[in-house]
Design a protein around this ligand. Structure first.
Ligand SMILES: *Cc1c(COP(=O)(O)O)cnc(C)c1O
Length: 473
């Protein structure tokens, strides 16, 4: 290290001296002392590092150091996990936390969170109870299943079901359904994890009942079907229906399990979203066990739901794995509240955000866009231009991969900033806003912007405008 650098390092003030600077007084008044000290340490460490690497010389005034301490304090007081505005139009966006909860579910979580609750306590008998009991009846009521069990997520549900029903035995599955759901959930790997042997039948595009028939043996524990969720095979295809498989299964004494993925509890066909049977329908047509997610189309918290025949679900409740994948009380509270809304289908469509957003008519989306633009304009500088545009949104969350719903977009222009700069500025705003760039324009899809987002959206747009116009000067 050069003597010059050593000299600069020596001149950098110590924490105590710096805390006594008059410029520090307002920070010490506004934040706990320990927080300020932590931010000072961080700022000094950063400065020393810059000096050592030759990127900074002697600090010529105090303001740069004070600014660095202020920014450190801001970073320390901002949570890592926070609310964002979803302007992507993807209703169930896995990276953005999947389903936003219904107000009733939010309330239920809050109600339970700060105190004790009867999570595993039977208030009738004054004895130990089961956490599953809070939702099993509701799930059975809504799906027609004999028994139900909830776990942490659907991946866990599939592993638990296979581990319980097929360990050391064979599971027959079509090659057209050997799917990967986002990174780490791949059916062949899950099967291996569960200790079941995978027997692949048919081809990628065509699998027939006779393929299952030929593969069935003494060693077969299950016929498995997996929802292809995030892709579709089109063209020369053939699939084996649950109905056909169930008939064959009954003949051979082999149960049929379905990993339904998203899990729909209301028929969305009347709203132009066809092709996704409800869980009740799957069970009715012959599936013996169905597993699905709580936080995809269903619109609840992260959860894996297993519904089906009592003889198959009961052993899962006793499997040692269950302890490792059980649901926590907050999610359980939210799930119960969400499921209760489904008792009245119209109410579910109105009050569960995923369903409301997916079924929102084109006319309403367009009217909302007009209204949102009008509300936002009032508080924004003239450099921000908002324009309505027609476009399409997708469901996301591994459901309806081909579905494109007509929607209304808001195109955002700020001064003459490139869309990539607008995107970055909004993403880093106090309330981050996530949109998309299409044909060199930055767009926000009105479908996934919630009513309660609008005030923050205005603030974030103003912040981005500030940042982008200052930067140009
Ligand atoms: C999404 C999905 C899963 C995984 O569900 P998680 O709730 O995310 O664990 C499993 N199978 C299918 C078919 C899916 O679509």
């Amino acid at each position: 290290m050069s003597a010059r650098i050593q000299e600069i390092l020596k001149a950098i003030p110590k924490v105590d001296r710096l805390l006594a600077w008059p410029e520090m007084a307002p920070l010490l008044a506004a934040h706990p002392r320990a927080e300020v000290i932590a931010a000072v340490r961080l700022a000094l460490a950063e400065l020393r590092e810059e000096v050592r690497s030759g990127r900074a010389g002697a600090p010529d005034d105090r303001s740069a150091l004070i600014a660095s301490i202020e920014s450190g304090l801001a970073r320390r007081s901002t949570h890592s996990l926070r609310s964002v505005i979803n302007g992507t139009g993807v209703v169930v966006h896995t990276n953005l936390g999947r389903a936003p909860l219904a107000v009733q579910a939010e309330k239920a979580m809050l109600e339970i969170s700060g105190g004790y609750c009867n999570l595993e306590y039977d208030l009738q008998d004054g004895a130990r109870g089961k956490r599953n009991a809070h939702v099993e009846g509701l799930i059975c009521e809504l799906t027609g299943a004999e028994a139900a069990l909830v776990v942490n997520n659907n991946a866990a549900a599939v592993i638990l079901a296979l581990s319980t029903l097929a360990i050391g035995r064979e599971v027959v599955l079509s090659r057209g359904e050997l799917v990967e759901i986002g990174g780490s959930f791949r059916i062949p790997d899950v099967m291996r994890q569960s200790g079941a042997a995978l027997v692949e039948v048919g081809t990628t595009n065509r699998t027939h009942l006779r393929d299952f028939q030929a593969a069935a043996s003494e060693a077969t524990a299950l016929f498995l079907k997996v929802h292809t969720s995030n892709f579709a095979v089109v063209g020369f295809t053939a699939d084996t229906s649950i109905e056909e498989l169930a008939v064959l299964g009954r003949e051979k004494g082999i149960p049929v399990m379905l990993d339904a993925g998203s899990g729909c509890l209301v028929d969305l066909a009347p709203y132009g979203i066809a092709g996704e049977p409800t869980i009740a329908r799957y069970l009715e047509t012959g599936a013996d066990v169905v597993t699905f997610s709580g936080d995809k189309l269903l619109g609840g918290p992260q959860a894996g739901i297993i519904a089906g025949k009592r003889s198959l679900v009961e052993p899962m409740k006793r499997h040692p794995l269950l302890r490792a994948i059980r649901m926590d009380k907050l999610s359980l509270a939210a799930l119960e509240a969400t499921l209760r809304l489904y008792r009245d289908e119209q109410r579910a469509l109105r009050e569960i955000p995923t369903l409301r957003m997916l079924t929102m008519p084109a006319g309403e989306l367009s009217a909302r866009a007009t209204q949102i633009i009008r509300r936002l304009r009032r508080g924004l500088p003239p450099v921000v231009e908002l324009r309505k545009q027609q476009g399409e949104s997708s469901a996301g969350g591994g459901s309806f991969p081909l579905l494109q719903l007509p929607t209304t977009l808001i195109e955002v222009q700020i001064a003459s900033a490139a869309p990539q700069r607008i995107e970055a500025a909004l993403r880093r705003a106090g309330t981050p806003v996530i949109g998309r760039i299409h044909r060199d324009r930055f767009l926000l899809d009105v479908r996934t912007i919630l009513d309660r987002d609008i005030v923050s959206l205005g603030a974030s747009l103003a912040e981005a405008a500030d940042f982008l116009t200052q930067e140009k000067r």
